[in-house]
Design a protein around this ligand. Sequence first.
Ligand SMILES: Cc1ncc(COP(=O)(O)O)c(C=O)c1O
Length: 300
Amino acid sequence: MTGLDPASLRPRLPSPLQEVEDERWARRGIRLFLKRDDLIHPDLVGNKWRKLAPNLAAAAGRPILTFGGAYSNHLRATAAAGRLLGLPTVGVVRGEELADRPLNPSLARCVADGMRLHFVDRPTYRRKAEPPVLGTILRAAGAEDAYVVPEGGSNALAVRGCRALGEELRGRADVVATACGTGGTFAGLAAGLGAGQRALGIPVLKGGFLTAEIQALQKAAFGARQGDWTLDDRFHFGGYARTAPELDTFAEDFEKRHGLAVERLYVAKLLYGLVTLVEEGTFPAGTRVAAVVTGAPFTG
Ligand SMILES: Cc1ncc(COP(=O)(O)O)c(C=O)c1O
């Protein structure tokens, strides 16, 4: 086996599906399951494994270049994959001003895992998908030969990789819910579910643009819209990384009840949204709801 084969990292697949007892659900006759993608791999946690593995294989040993903000889970996972597989990695980080500051723990972890960081100003970062801008970034980063993975890791290969998440849940839940950033994980999940199953996405970013993006991702990955899915845009708490005391209290309480370390940027909003929907009477009694645990908290 070559060191570049992601399967050599021994992912725990299919990830476990655990039923949890929670009175808020039980009193309405609804069953809650956690799809523990956070247990797939200690470094390529959750959706990171599903999205990165096909790209690591496609890179075929070329350096991997990807993009992220200063606390990006995706940058850390890519750096870890590079260390584990012996692949050079380059992280293009949003915010030129960060270059002159001490690295935060997340970026320091990237560097410790061998990732070379290249900081770009915000206007350039916003235009990074435009081919001439990308070309300039690659030249400036000294990485013209790199295999480029988009921000959040959501390209067609990643979306096809996430279809396995849906396939693993066929026949085991009626509604499968996940938090959405770029929507790549959800796009694949929805495509992989079976007849009669429904996917519910909880966007953590504000803006209401995600339905079109998910459709575009499904078109790129599968040629057309796939699966039965909807989004509920009410639980972003003001946008990415925004929070509220109510959300923190909820997440701490969920941790105490169920012994699950709740990742705050995505998973907390998903679980909060689901409990609200249960309390609103959205799901009929007897519904089996699976919440995908797409990540774990970063412990620094
Ligand atoms: C823990 C966690 N959950 C969910 C997501 C959202 O994934 P996507 O960008 O595919 O919607 C991310 C971001 O990649 C994440 O880090």
